[in-house]
Design a protein around this ligand. Structure first.
Ligand code: CDP
Length: 793
């Protein structure tokens, strides 16, 4: 039996935002197996596409012989890079203004790169036919180590770029280097550390895929694809393929997790389009797990030198860092154009310091392209890891308590809005109570006492603390664009005559529950119950233009759009209500989904009454058009800056060096909370990601550039066995510029948890004199650290 879904209005009297635990509207279809993912799509006459990938990390493509594959009885089409080049389609732009090969023509530049594709009557035949393609390669020396990518004798990977003579990708600087050097020169204490954030992969449960259907008669292309940004993708397809944008429809159906992995445009999508254009049939392409892990957008891969300067009594003065960023063979990061290193500029963290500077050098290597924001707002994860590790290194040197050291340096509440030394304006924050709550839930002092007793007995227990401030919700459009597309979001709301509504979003859910939370936001504003509000998203024909879901943009940008469009509808409804009640607008009060005449409780009309009048017979007030709908495009004034305090307790087996996460306390502040249950789910997921990155996950390569993490046997993901029962709490510091005060939450836990976990492991290893050890802290790495050997990345 199924219990009827609880609704906000039954339980919480017209207050759906923040309502206790409103169940997710989308779950009945997911838990009954009725989700509709790319691979569920079956179109009449549909063909299947498979991609031939390079076994080499770096090699010249001498020849590609497709003769035998073409003879396969079930094969309809075989396409090589040379064929695409004839049509001007062999290369495509990346979202970071680089170009990437759709199919290799001259060289392959990473293992797993796309070389040719086959379209056949079924998936098996397409795969079989790949075996019949004969490619002659001439292997070249690969560039695998980011540290030697710029050496004079390193082979040049991107010789496709005119005039390119080395593997340099870009340089970027922020802060004030001279002022920072001056502060460092007069500091009592300076601590430096080399810190690696290894290459990891978002590894969504559903791999990437597409179904392309080109209708030659009316010149329309429909592309169902695993995309986090349907509108931006459509614009790029129009530009690259020269198809008119209004003839392209991009649909993102249900998506089984994105985490940044589904932001870039992959060659497979373009191949599916070409396959359909050339065969005149619908063509499906779905990656397997290895293809996803080895060829789609990775994350992180930063080699960082961190330096922190402080007074002897623990006042942090400055931070300085140099970063070597590995971007793989093509710069496939999706970041606002002005910010090639994403939002790494927030590496000053939650602390009021005097100066900061960062110099970054990004290089090409013979590895898969990417640098995507894996559950993170454009490199905020790397920034938070750097500062939170450095603060712990400082605590180590000063023999200071890591909670007390952080507290002493927090930006104070009266300093908000706070401009950081790298130019970011934190909208609001109140850090001390968040830290206080985390220490209270954890029982911090008791934990320290327990640890001291255990150390006496030779037991290895560690307590790790992190405190983070995130920057989420890109725009504003004056500062941020992706390939010239401004980072704003549209939203449209229509109220039907019977008082039910449909809200159309430009963002796209991948499991975060937008069908519920956006209905809650609109319900709160116009008083229609959330279950009567249909949320439409993920279809460019059905929704207004906007830049999509990543970097926790949805709530800060589209959530604001939804609230404002609803207010616009409510304003119009008020005019109509004034006519219905024959009073002036000023005499009306709004509460619980109805307009009431001030001082006369018996005279009121509900929003549903107004909806019927707006569409129905009878006069409307002068100048008011019929219908009850509105559309807006919301350009955020600023990012929102959620924060959080995390405390982690680990035990390490001294014999095997295995780390067990015993407890994890996460106190988050995402401003106004729309759906506490969904927030909790987002936090649980992010914390689990954090355990993966801190203890298990790394995409690694051998010296020939072979990817050693091409399956889930080799790329370890955390399961319920590796994680504790999460202990969560919250504080609420609303965003001053967001119409309902909400900030993002989707990525906070992924951002904040790795430093807490690593800080806990390093704390446990204090008796061994360990100040830092690099992720992932597998038993072998922890063991090496215990032996006094720094861990090579
Ligand atoms: O962009 P994305 O949806 O991944 O991230 P988000 O904006 O942080 O939202 C993740 C989920 O948490 C959405 O369903 C939001 O509506 C919900 N949320 C919430 O209930 N309250 C907040 N203050 C922030 C997010």
């Amino acid at each position: 039996t199924t219990a009827p879904a609880r609704t906000a209005f039954e339980d919480n009297d017209h207050k759906p935002v923040g309502h206790g635990r409103m169940l997710r509207k989308e779950d009945p279809r997911f838990i009954r197996g009725k989700g509709r993912y790319i691979d569920d799509l079956q179109l009449p006459g549909m063909l299947h596409l498979a991609v031939l990938r390079s076994p080499f990390a770096h090699a010249k493509v001498v020849s590609v012989d497709t003769g035998l594959a073409e003879e396969h009885p079930k094969v309809r089409l075989v396409v090589t890079g040379a064929m695409l080049a004839e049509k001007g389609l062999a290369w495509m732009p990346t979202l970071s203004n680089d170009v990437q090969a759709v199919l290799a023509t001259d060289k392959v530049r990473f293992q797993g790169q796309e070389v040719a594709f086959v379209v056949a009557e079924d998936r098996y035949a397409a795969r079989d036919a790949l075996e019949l393609i004969d490619v002659e390669y001439e292997p070249l020396d690969p560039v695998v180590d980011v540290r030697t990518a710029l050496s004079a004798d390193a082979p040049v990977i991107r010789d496709d770029l005119e005039g390119k003579t080395d593997n340099h990708c870009f340089d970027w600087e922020t802060g004030d280097a001279a002022a920072t050097d001056a502060v460092f020169a007069r500091a009592d204490v300076v601590v430096s550390e080399d810190i690696v954030y290894p290459r990891v992969h978002p590894a969504p449960m559903e791999t990437c895929g597409a179904v392309a259907d080109y209708d030659a008669v009316d010149g329309r292309l429909t592309l169902w694809s695993t995309t986090q940004a349907p509108h931006a993708h459509r614009t790029l397809y129009a530009i690259v393929a020269g198809l008119p944008e209004h003839k392209i429809r991009v649909v993102a159906p249900d998506i089984g997790g994105g985490f940044g992995n589904k932001v870039p445009i992959y060659p497979g999508y373009v191949c599916a389009i070409v396959g359909s254009l050339l065969t005149g049939k619908p063509v499906k392409w779905v990656e397997d797990r290895s293809e996803n892990l080895t060829s789609t957008g990775f994350a992180r891969d930063y080699v960082m030198r961190g330096e922190i300067a402080a007074t002897a009594d623990g006042r942090i003065l400055a931070l300085r860092t140099h970063v070597l960023a590995d971007h793989g063979a093509f710069n496939g990061t999706a970041a606002p154009l002005k910010y090639p290193a994403g939002f790494f500029g927030v590496f000053t963290g939650s602390y009021d310091i005097e100066a900061a500077s960062c110099k970054m050098t990004a290089v090409y290597t013979n590895k898969a392209p990417g640098g995507v924001a894996y559950a993170c707002s454009f490199r905020v994860t790397e920034a938070v890891y750097l500062v939170e590790r450095m603060v712990d290194c400082l605590a180590y040197e000063l023999k200071a308590d890591p909670v007390a050291l952080r507290r002493k340096n927090f930006i104070r509440p009266d300093q908000f809005p706070y401009r950081t030394r790298t130019g970011w304006v934190y909208d609001s924050g109140n850090y001390a109570p968040t830290m206080e709550l985390a220490t209270r839930i954890a029982g911090y002092d008791e934990l320290r006492a327990e640890q001291a007793a255990k150390r006496e007995r030779g037991e290895l227990m560690g307590i790790g603390v992190s405190f983070f401030t995130e920057a989420v919700g890109a725009g504003p459009r004056k500062d941020m664009d992706i390939l010239g597309l401004g980072m704003a979001d549209g939203c449209e709301l229509r109220v039907h005559p019977t008082g039910k509504a449909v809200v159309r979003l430009s963002v796209q859910t991948q499991g975060q529950g937008h069908e519920t939370t956006f209905a809650q936001i609109v319900a709160e504003e116009i008083g229609i119950p959330p279950q009567d509000i249909e949320v439409v998203h993920g279809d460019t024909d059905q929704t207004p233009f906007g830049l999509g879901t990543y970097g926790s943009r949805s709530t800060p940008v589209s959530g604001a759009a939804a609230a404002l469009v609803a207010r616009k509808v409510r304003d119009k409804a008020k005019l109509i209500a004034s006519g219905m009640l024959e009073v002036s607008v000023a005499d009306l009060e709004w509460s619980k989904g109805a307009f009431h005449v001030k001082g006369d409780p018996s005279a009121s009309v509900t929003i549903q009454d107004v909806a019927m009048r707006a569409h129905g017979a009878g006069d409307l007030p002068e100048g008011v058009e019929g219908g009850l709908e509105a559309q807006i495009c919301y350009n955020p004034e600023n990012l929102t800056y959620p924060h959080g305090a995390y405390i982690c307790v680990v035990d390490i087996d001294p014999g095997t060096a295995k780390v067990t996460v015993r407890r994890f306390v996460a106190v988050d502040d995402c401003g106004t909370r729309i759906n506490p249950m969904i927030i909790e789910g987002q936090v649980h997921g992010g914390l689990t990601d954090g355990v993966g990155m801190a203890l298990m996950e790394m995409v690694s390569f051998d010296e020939d550039g072979n990817c050693l993490s091409g399956s889930l046997m080799d790329y370890l993901l955390p399961t319920a066995l590796e994680v504790p029962d999460w202990e969560t709490g919250f504080t609420v510091t609303p965003s001053p510029h967001h119409p309902i005060g909400a900030k993002g939450i989707g990525e906070s836990a992924t951002v904040g948890s790795p430093p807490a976990l690593v800080n806990a492991v390093v704390d446990a290893l204090r008796p061994f004199g360990v100040r830092h050890a690099d992720m992932p802290l597998t038993p072998s790495r922890v063991w090496e650290a215990m032996q006094g050997r720094a861990t090579p990345p």
